[in-house]
Ligand binder design. Structure first.
Ligand SMILES: Nc1ncnc2c1ncn2[C@@H]1O[C@H](COP(=O)(O)OP(=O)(O)OP(=O)(O)O)[C@@H](O)[C@H]1O
Ligand SMILES: [Mg+2]
Length: 295
């Protein structure tokens, strides 16, 4: 059965796209999963990381991005949608087995405009605005879910804002990884995204859900290993499930942002970030996973 994993935080620049791509490569290379990354952000960073500027432009010109997919298939029953997928994405692959290669549903600068167009189209049904928004998100969720048939793992790289696509992704996700920087403003951001993921209105309602039943887990990123950071993470772990894995601030992680056309090993791609990625992979995908799945 396929698994949908969103990488989300309402805060920008916390490493969502970087972690999404790292986890995609790791799951494909180390667990042998068939992995699809869906780029839901109009900044399209995950797409640039996985196929480079030229590959992404080619997909745009061909009308094979996520906004094309939503627009073209909004009213239709999705069938074979492989034309929208770039199968040879990522710059990791085992020289003999090809393990590590991931697939991509490319992002689009126009996703938010297309969401607006779909909203107006749906509004013609005469329903009230809230119902129209629910309908549009529901259709997007169904269209995203369609790819579960072809992949073991679908990673949804969410934008920082609350677009329809982001809300649909959070609704669909079996698991949500929430990367964050351990700084003052992060606690607030974690609290807000947690309410959204668990569909709760107040912090008290959220507190009633045991950690083992929550769909999300937080991942400290950009660590410098200071005592202050450690204290902040411990404090946040009182209110939110916290992964044991940590991602330090490393040049090798920053460099992994740059795609190049040569396929390479995980060791070459991630350098000294590799043991940290391994620990993250094992915790998230291994048997000892702490994340609950929804029914
Ligand atoms: N652990 C790290 N060490 C060093 N640089 C990092 C690390 N994690 C992420 N970065 C860098 O930080 C920048 C922002 O990361 P990224 O784009 O993944 O964040 P994001 O949360 O997806 O941002 P946005 O909200 O804009 O989508 C990138 O330049 C990335 O290379
Ligand atoms: Mg991003």
């Amino acid at each position: 059965m396929s698994e949908f994993m969103a990488i989300a935080n309402r805060k920008g620049g916390v490493g969502k796209s970087t972690i999404a791509v790292m986890l995609a490569h790791a799951a494909a290379a180390w667990s042998g999963r068939r992995v699809l990354v869906m780029d839901l952000d109009t900044q399209c960073n995950a797409s640039l990381m996985l196929v480079g500027g030229e590959g992404w432009n080619k997909a745009r010109r061909a009308g094979h991005t996520i906004s094309d997919y939503f627009y073209d298939r909004f009213d239709k029953v999705a069938e074979d949608e492989s034309e929208y997928i770039l199968k040879q994405a990522g710059d990791v692959a085992h020289p003999r087995t090809g393990k590590g290669q991931v697939a991509l549903l490319p992002g689009s600068l126009l996703l938010e405009d297309v969401q607006g167009v779909l909203y107006l189209k749906q509004a013609k049904t005469g329903k009230d605005p809230d119902s129209v928004a629910i309908d549009v998100r529901g259709r997007m969720k169904r269209l995203m879910k369609h790819f579960g048939m072809d992949y073991d793992l679908v990673i949804l790289d969410c934008p920082p804002g609350l677009s329809f696509a982001a809300l649909a992704a959070l609704d669909l996700a079996d698991k949500v990884i929430v990367p964050f920087r351990p700084d003052f403003v992060s606690q607030f951001a974690l609290d807000r995204v947690a309410l959204l993921i668990e569909r709760m209105d107040t912090a008290d309602d959220l507190a009633d859900i045991p950690f083992a039943r929550r769909r999300y887990a937080c991942l400290p990123n950009y660590l410098r290993n200071t005592g202050r950071e450690k204290l902040m993470i411990e404090q946040m772990a009182l209110d939110h499930p916290m992964l044991k894995a940590r991602v330090p601030l490393l040049d090798s992680v920053a460099r992994s942002f740059d795609w190049d056309e040569t396929k390479k090993s995980m060791e070459t791609k991630y350098g000294d970030a590799l043991p940290h990625l391994r620990a993250l992979h094992d915790e998230v995908f291994g048997r000892a996973t702490t994340l609950a799945r929804t029914a």
